[in-house]
Ligand binder design. Structure first.
Ligand SMILES: C[S@@+](CC[C@H](N)C(=O)[O-])C[C@H]1O[C@@H](n2cnc3c(N)ncnc32)[C@H](O)[C@@H]1O
Length: 276
């Protein structure tokens, strides 16, 4: 038997055990990066085989927490791809201004940088007071960081450059408090954000969203899970609501494709059609 067939078998068993014990179905994650991460954990834990992870996963919840952190890639930054934020500010916000109340959902918000970027733009465009932002992720460790809103001072230079490139109208320094070697985001932004654990593999939709932002999350899912998640987003959006995806993500091959129109193709902004 080829070694890779054995690994595949053992990974299948592990994923089944995780689903049985914790209700997280990682069988719908992109296989290659999943296997790479599992093998990395095998080596970091001084184990010989993937199957040796099985009893630890089943009987040690702390080991499962470690596994969850391994699986979750939390790379992010403020105003990541500034031109996308610029487009949202210039074109999506014009539409959002026509509503008395605005709901925004950031799904897979990681450590929150994207969410604070949105809050800053909303504030500058006079929309923050009427907006509630829901920021969710299934990784509690990242959510804790997001909720605190404290970031290393050495990242502020990049964040400031991105902010300016995205069309920022004031000074990025207006939005954080410098403390020792960190930057703490302003309470006036936080007041409008609700952080919550939400697992796109199994949890339900939200209601009445005007804009959903889910960038660089679907790339980790297989087409079946992508369809589930995009279905959730369709259900959660009001008719004419907006969906913003990451630059490698698309609705092209999904079941919901016909329910959306392209609003800004280059920036991956889609708009829900009214009657489908
Ligand atoms: C690369 S980060 C993206 C962060 C941010 N959206 C951005 O583009 O800068 C991917 C995030 O998706 C989250 N994620 C992965 N699977 C998830 C799931 N099933 N439910 C909720 N969040 C998930 C990870 O925990 C991680 O924080």
């Amino acid at each position: 038997m080829k070694p890779e067939d054995m690994i595949e078998f053992e990974v299948n068993q592990l994923l089944e055990a995780i689903n049985f014990r914790y209700g997280y179905d990682f069988r719908d994650y992109s296989r290659a990066s999943l296997e790479r991460r599992i093998l990395n954990r095998v080596s970091l834990s001084d184990l010989g085989f993937v199957s040796e992870m099985l009893p630890k996963i089943l009987h040690e919840p702390d080991f499962f927490d470690l596994f969850l952190r391994d699986m979750s890639v939390t790379v992010t930054e403020m105003f990541r791809e500034p031109q996308v934020f610029r487009k949202v500010r210039q074109e999506v916000f014009t539409q959002l201004k026509t509503y008395a109340r605005v709901n925004i959902w950031h799904a897979g918000c990681a450590t929150g940088e994207e969410v604070y970027s949105m809050a800053i733009m909303l504030k500058e465009e006079g929309l923050l007071a009427r907006t509630r932002i829901y920021a969710t992720d299934y990784n509690n460790h990242s959510l804790e960081i997001a909720e605190k809103g404290i970031y290393p001072a050495e990242k502020v230079k990049l964040f400031t450059q991105n902010y300016l490139a995205s069309g920022g109208k004031a000074s990025f320094a207006d939005y954080y408090l410098a403390k020792f070697k960190s930057a703490k985001m302003a309470e006036s932004l936080k007041e409008h954000i609700t952080f919550a654990n939400h697992n796109l593999m199994k949890d339900q939709s939200f209601a009445e969203m005007h804009l959903i932002v889910c960038r660089n999350v679907l790339i980790y899912f297989n087409p079946k899970l992508q369809d589930r998640v995009l279905g959730l987003f369709k259900e959660s959006l009001i008719p004419r609501g907006f969906l913003l995806l990451g630059d490698k993500e698309t609705l092209e091959f999904s079941q919901v494709k016909s329910s959306f129109e392209e609003f800004a193709a280059k920036e991956r902004i889609f708009r829900r059609l009214i009657h489908v």
